[in-house]
Design a protein around this ligand. Structure first.
Ligand code: ADP
Length: 391
């Protein structure tokens, strides 16, 4: 055995890294058994949750939530056993599928025409979507993309332990698909103990770079971890986003102090609660610190600029081990001639170069590069090409 000693790294949430992947030697027998079970086709969102459960991204969860966990998560942000958990991880279905499954104790789950997992059914229950929307997103408003996604789910949730038979679920980003066990090994191999994680669903811009580099001053390494699960349709597609990261990381970052990985989860746009979920997941990947900037995981004007930072202050220290690294709104100040925040710059707003997302999108569509203090020219070029050739 030449597995690396990862014991110097932060413990996973709940203490133990969960591994629900069927060992290679058992795969064939499990597949034969799964072929006899009722079969459901996974949605992209279910697949992402399944992968996160099976590889320990959602440790200590071992399956889709039962009603006791679901309701306590909604009410108190805790699992039934009291562990901090902010957003339900559920498997939705509808009444007619429930009737087809009947009293089967186990079902097979398929993706792209192949059986990839099994689910031992512990329970089924009716979703409480209005409560879920209010508790998780703070609003029950059809304009909110997270609420829209919840409303589109089936009316019933299936709960139970999952087993992932085939961990090769994707053809893309293969080089960056670290499981928590693999990122922990990668950190240990580099001798890192203090690691800052950066979550994003956007192409890299100069404020991201500023946050990452300030964080790098105080830690051993940076885990750049863009989300590649489902996002809303007007977000920039993941392949294009990753290309912007590749080019900037290669040219402007010390290679021995960064690791680029991809985060398979689907985006929820739940602001503060999602910030906690993002932090828990990165703790499971082995990171000791988590960057939370302005309006983290927010959308529109549903959340206050710093709500996603304040929610961490409401937690008991024993609830969460990973340390949030809060950052104020960062932008280029033309007087300071550098990136700045209110904490470091005395000049008025007018000296700050700030562009809204829609303004930048509009510029890119028209083939105009945003100023290089906002977006690096290499990134602007990639985005102009990608944005203008896409519908
Ligand atoms: P997300 O939707 O997960 O927040 P983003 O790509 O919008 O993804 O942001 C990634 C991280 O960078 C988040 O922590 C966010 O708060 C932070 N961030 C983005 N832009 C800025 C900025 N101009 N100033 C401070 N923090 C920022």
């Amino acid at each position: 055995m030449n597995t690396l000693d990862t014991s110097a790294l932060i413990a996973p949430h709940g203490g133990q890294l969960i591994d629900l992947v069927v060992p290679p030697e058992e795969r064939e027998a499990t597949l034969r058994r799964a072929a006899t079970l009722p079969r459901l086709v996974l949605s992209a969102r279910q697949l992402a949750d399944l992968e996160c459960l099976a590889t320990g991204v959602y440790s200590p969860l071992e399956g889709f939530m039962c009603e006791g966990d679901y309701r306590r998560v909604l009410r108190e942000m805790r699992l039934a056993d009291g562990t901090l958990w902010p957003i339900p991880v559920i498997f939705d279905t509808d009444a007619s599928t429930l009737a087809e499954i009947g009293d089967a104790a186990e079902i097979a789950l398929s993706w792209n025409g192949r059986v990839v997992a099994t689910l031992e059914i512990a329970e089924s229950y009716r979703a409480d979507k209005a409560l879920e929307a209010l508790a998780v997103y703070g609003v029950d408003d059809a304009e909110h993309p997270g609420v829209t996604a919840v409303r589109a789910l089936g009316e019933f949730y299936l709960a139970g332990r999952v087993r992932l038979i085939d961990p090769e679920l994707h053809g893309d980003f293969a080089a960056y698909r670290y499981t928590p066990a693999q990122s922990r090994e990668a950190f240990a191999r580099r001798g890192w103990r203090r690691i800052a994680a950066f979550q994003t669903r956007n192409p890299i811009h100069r404020a991201h770079e500023y946050l990452q580099k300030v964080a790098l001053e105080g830690v051993d390494g940076l885990f750049v971890h863009p989300l590649v699960g489902q996002t809303k349709s007007d977000d920039i597609p993941a392949d294009l986003r990753i290309r912007t990261y590749e080019v900037v990381l290669e040219r402007y970052y010390p290679q021995d102090r960064i690791l680029l990985g991809v985060f398979p989860a689907a985006m929820r746009y739940a602001g503060p609660r999602e910030a906690i979920k993002h932090a828990i997941a990165r703790q499971n990947y082995g990171c000791s610190h988590f960057i939370v900037g302005r309006d983290h995981a927010g959308v529109g004007s549903y959340y206050g600029t710093y709500d996603a930072q304040r929610i961490f202050e409401t937690l008991d220290p024993q609830d969460l081990r990973i340390t949030p690294l809060p950052f104020e709104n960062a932008a280029y100040c033309t007087e300071c001639a550098q990136m700045a925040t209110r904490k470091t710059c005395p000049h008025p707003e007018e000296t700050w170069l700030q562009l809204s997302g829609s303004r930048v999108r509009d510029m890119l569509h028209r083939g105009i590069r945003p100023p290089e203090e906002f977006t690096r020219p290499e990134v602007a070029e990639l985005l102009i090409q990608g944005t203008t050739i896409r519908p």
